[in-house]
Structure formats: C-alpha cells, structure tokens
Design a protein around this ligand. Structure first.
Ligand SMILES: [Zn+2]
Length: 285
C-alpha cells in the first residue's frame, strides 16, 4: 500500500522512487503514475493543454495538499513524465516552491541535470525521481541487449508508456555500451546527450549535422524509419580518429530525427568495461 508517512525524510530521489515502487508491488508494465500520485496525497491531477509551463504543482511549503497540472502540448507520454516530476517536488519536502503558490516548471527544467544552484538542483532531483519511478532499471535493463539499437528504446517506450526521448536518454544511461544521441530537426542539432564515458561531440546545439555521417545522408533522403547501425566517421562526430563509432538514425515526423552513436573505445585496461559503466552513471543523486 502507498503511504506518504513512510516516505517522509527520504531526500535522495532514486531511493524515494525505489520506495514508492516497493510499496506498489510487482509491475510488468507502465507505472500508473496518476493513481500513485493520488494515493500519495495529491488531491487532483489535471492533464490538459496549458500555456506557459510544462508542469505545475500547487502546494505550500508544508505540503498540506497538492494539485498537479501537466501539459499535453508535447504529448501524453511526456505529460506522464511531468506528473512524476511534480510528484517528486511534492514528496521531496526540502524542495522550496518557486513562488507562493507552488512550483512552476518549464520545458527546459525537464532536462535539467545541473546541481549548481538550488533551482536547478531541485529540477534535476525531480527529473531523477521521475525517470527512476517510470523506467526502473529492473524493467529497462533487460531490453538493452548487445548490440545497442534504437528499437530497444522504442520497446521501452511502448512497455513503459514514456516518450521516445526519455527512453533514449535512459538507454544511454543504463546500457553497457558507450552511447550518445543527437536529436535533430531538418538536419540541425536540437540537443546532443552523451554518457560521461562518451568522447566529446563536435556538433553542438544549432550546428548542422556533419555531411560525412550516415545520419546526414539518411535525413537528406527523408524516408521515415530506422537505418541500420553502421560504422561511421569518428572524426566527423568526435574529432578523434582513434575511436570506432557506429551510428543509427530514426527519421520521424516533420523533419525530426534522432541519431544513436555507439563508441567502441580503445582498450585501456582490465576493468575497462566496468569503469565505463560506472562513468556512464549520472553525476547527480
Ligand atoms: Zn520542476
């Protein structure tokens, strides 16, 4: 049974999510996040099209009550993540509301990983709670077999009812291989994400995708679907000729695409694989 009293004084987002999952009992698919929120003293969840924010938690500092608003403008699956994010703010009672009425979270907050300032740290913690709750490792990892493939993120999306973007991020984080992904729109980088072990990426937000890459050619062709994982120019992506890089692109709707990059790093020692996995973990907790 879900019970907020047993969750009091837990401030680590991953542990908190684990406790909620334990209370919920065995699951073989998507976490019923709205029911979970309502069982943990959220009095209402409104999922609808809103203007000016991605999610909102109406509450006070003492969390006597909570109402969650989640925007569907970017899809119902993103809204599920947003509900979990706001529930994270509600349960992590040290989080200080952004204004008198509660928390107002913007689209950029949903990607926040920095822990430099309180606001960013709180957003990063709410995101960590949300992904650990909605894509727990015990459900996500079995999908991530060798070799890596964007279809594994698609399977995760369908199993866990999450956005593909959240699932690709989770794949990068949890897979044994050294991965990165580049989201693009009409051949321009929207944002790159890489595990910490992945080498520096030369293309940054706003850049055109390098012409020497298979992703560029696939996007030029414009056929929707998923390309084969192929070896590609390491210099084009990383400026480092020592690494072997493989890439695969999924062309979606309206010029949107995501390219998965897989780096086969030069061997440096015995425990190489293990240390990569360790380095691939997120820096915040
Ligand atoms: Zn937030």
């Amino acid at each position: 049974m879900l019970n907020r009293i047993d969750l009091a004084d837990i401030h680590a987002p991953k542990r908190l999510a684990g406790m909620v999952l334990d209370m919920l009992g065995p699951l073989d698919g998507a976490v019923p996040v709205v029911q979970v929120a309502e069982a943990l003293d959220i009095s209402a969840v409104h999922i609808d099209r809103f203007d000016g924010f991605e999610g909102m938690l109406l509450t006070d500092r003492r969390r006597t009550d909570g109402v969650i608003l989640a925007n569907t403008r970017r899809g119902d699956r993103r809204a599920r993540f947003t509900v979990a994010h706001e529930l994270g703010h509600f349960l992590m009672e040290r989080h200080v509301p952004s204004d008198e009425g509660g928390f107002r979270c913007m689209p950029s907050d949903m990607h926040e990983k920095s822990k430099a300032e309180r606001h960013y740290r709180q957003e990063a913690e709410a995101n960590r709670f949300a992904i650990e709750l909605l894509a727990p490792a015990h459900l996500a990892v079995p999908l991530l077999v060798d070799p890596p493939d964007l279809r594994q993120a698609l399977s995760m999306r369908d199993l866990l009812d999450l956005s593909l973007e959240a699932c690709v991020r989770r794949q990068i984080e949890l897979a044994d291989q050294t991965l990165a992904a580049i989201w693009s729109h009409e051949g321009r980088v929207r944002h790159p994400v890489r595990s910490r072990a992945f080498p520096f990426l030369t293309c940054q937000k706003g850049h055109a995708l390098p012409k020497e890459t298979a992703g560029f050619r696939a996007i030029q062709k414009g056929e929707r679907g998923i390309t084969r994982m192929t070896e590609t120019s390491a210099i084009a992506w990383t400026n480092n000729p020592e690494i072997e890089i493989w890439e695969q692109t999924r062309i979606g709707k309206n010029g949107h695409a995501v390219t998965l990059l897989w780096a086969d790093m030069p061997d440096e020692g015995d425990d190489n694989g293990e240390s990569h996995r360790e380095l691939g973990m997120p820096t915040f907790r």
